[in-house]
Design a binder for this molecule. Sequence first.
Ligand code: WT7
Length: 572
Amino acid sequence: MPDTAFNMKSYEEELKSFSWEISKKELGYKDGDLINIGWYCSDRICNMGKGEKLALIWESFKGEEKRYTFNDMRVLTNSIAVYLRKLGIKPGERVCLFMDKIPELYFGFLGGLKMGAIVQPLFSAFGSESLFTRLDDAQTTAIITQKKHLPKVRNILEQLPSLQYVIVVDDDGSKPLREKEYAFHMAQEERIEEFEIYPSKAETPSVLHYTSGTTGKPKGAQHVHYSLISQYITSKYVLDLKEDDIYWCTADPGWVTGTSYGIIGPWSNGMTQCVSEMGFMAESWYKFMERHKVTVWYSAPTAIRSLMKEGNEIVKKHDLSSLRHLASVGEPLNAEAVLWSQEVFGKMFHDTYWQTETGCIVVSNYPGMKIKPGSMGKPFPGIEATIVDLKTFLPLNKTGVVGMIALKPGWPSMIRSYWNNEVIYQGKFKNGWYLCGDRGSIDDDGYFWFVGRDDDVINTAGHLVGPFEIESALIEHPAVAESAAVGKPDPVNMEVVKAFITLKKGFEPSKDLELKIMNFVRKKLSALAMPQEVEFVETLPKTRSGKIMRRVLRAQEWGEEIGDISTLENDM
Ligand code: WT7
């Protein structure tokens, strides 16, 4: 395929002529029409005559493979939708997906949308406490899970009166199910040819993704079906997905990349995707791409850095000549990683920047556009991005000066609110700009450069972890009096969690206690949230009003200037 035949012909041209109407027209959607993501990803592709095209090539941990055509997907998502409807789940109710990367997760997502539910995907590695916080906040009605994760649900079921249905997709009858638990077997269900899809409209809620903030509970980012308009066209223009591609998105649908670009974008474009249940392993990743002749690969800096660590020799052992386009998201993509990928794959990773809240890629490097390694690229046509002053929140209109990355609201996939938290949502807008919570600058050529986050949220391996959730878990440990969680630099994960802890009377710092505390958090929350290091301290730096100044601890970890500490109450 000649390199010039990109879906987006020229960035400069597209800037002049682009409008979201292009996407709507391609999707056959007119304002006011019904719009259901589940239908667009399966039925519509079948209606276009591609029912026999492969939608999903799936591999289990053990290497067992399953293949599904768009027609299979259409029928199986119908079966799930019927099952949920018959159980008594109503449109607008939350259905949580709590599974590893198995076909039921992908089809459950689309099936839930087809019957009008708000789907709430959660990372299956979450422990009971992380799960509880998010199910409680969303007042979730049903959860679809696997036997192996059932104990975590059972732990908290009694404290969740709204949770009425626990659906187990791989129950083998070996242990009896309890009250409120239901066995569902996708492969044995009746294949439903015709399903009356819920008549969702543009503003009908679709996906509820939980994202971490600095204070308080994680926030439910509320997406609507209309998000499809941006997810479809960005998949086409940024990921450059084409008819014959074999696409691999390495993200888990528990996070937004795994849904916007692991489900909605590619399938609404009628793409063949492959999915592997396995986590990161260099050799297996290369083998997987070789076996399936992956052409477009969307991954994350943490994975790329891990691959770099494994060296170049291992790459050469595999035939990866099928790869034609590589993209990355989640954290800053180091210039070294971009250059390395050019060296070993003959292709540069294209950095893309966006957030759970934006629903789609907002700043990016486009196929065919000159890449400046280390830069996030330029705003997607149709999205206005700028850098605003840190204090006035007005556009700086100056190049090379650091401010806050801000976006002009109005693109289709922006979240419509945080679940039950309109106040925090509104607080993200200043002077008509949506503030991303990140700092950056623009250079003379209009390229965006990422500088860092503007808050205390920790970005570990491309996943945001809120310090508050970790600190709340920490103080539940009997030895912990007070705690502060901050990100500390890490060569592979960018940041890992470090916890500063003051101990209660009668407890002494020790290696053993450190390990116990780490494990305590891992079990409650997840391995991501687990501190990789615990430092026992006498006191924590606080403001006069009693707020922990994580900024001070963070600066210490990063060897940075501490900045203004005039409100600091105590000396460290
Ligand atoms: C935050 C959003 C959207 C999918 C993954 C994360 C950071 C994201 C980049 C990038 C530097 C990045 C930002 C952003 N981030 N992409 N290309 N360069 N930082 O979604 O969990 O909502 O996190 O991830 O800090 O605000 P998320």
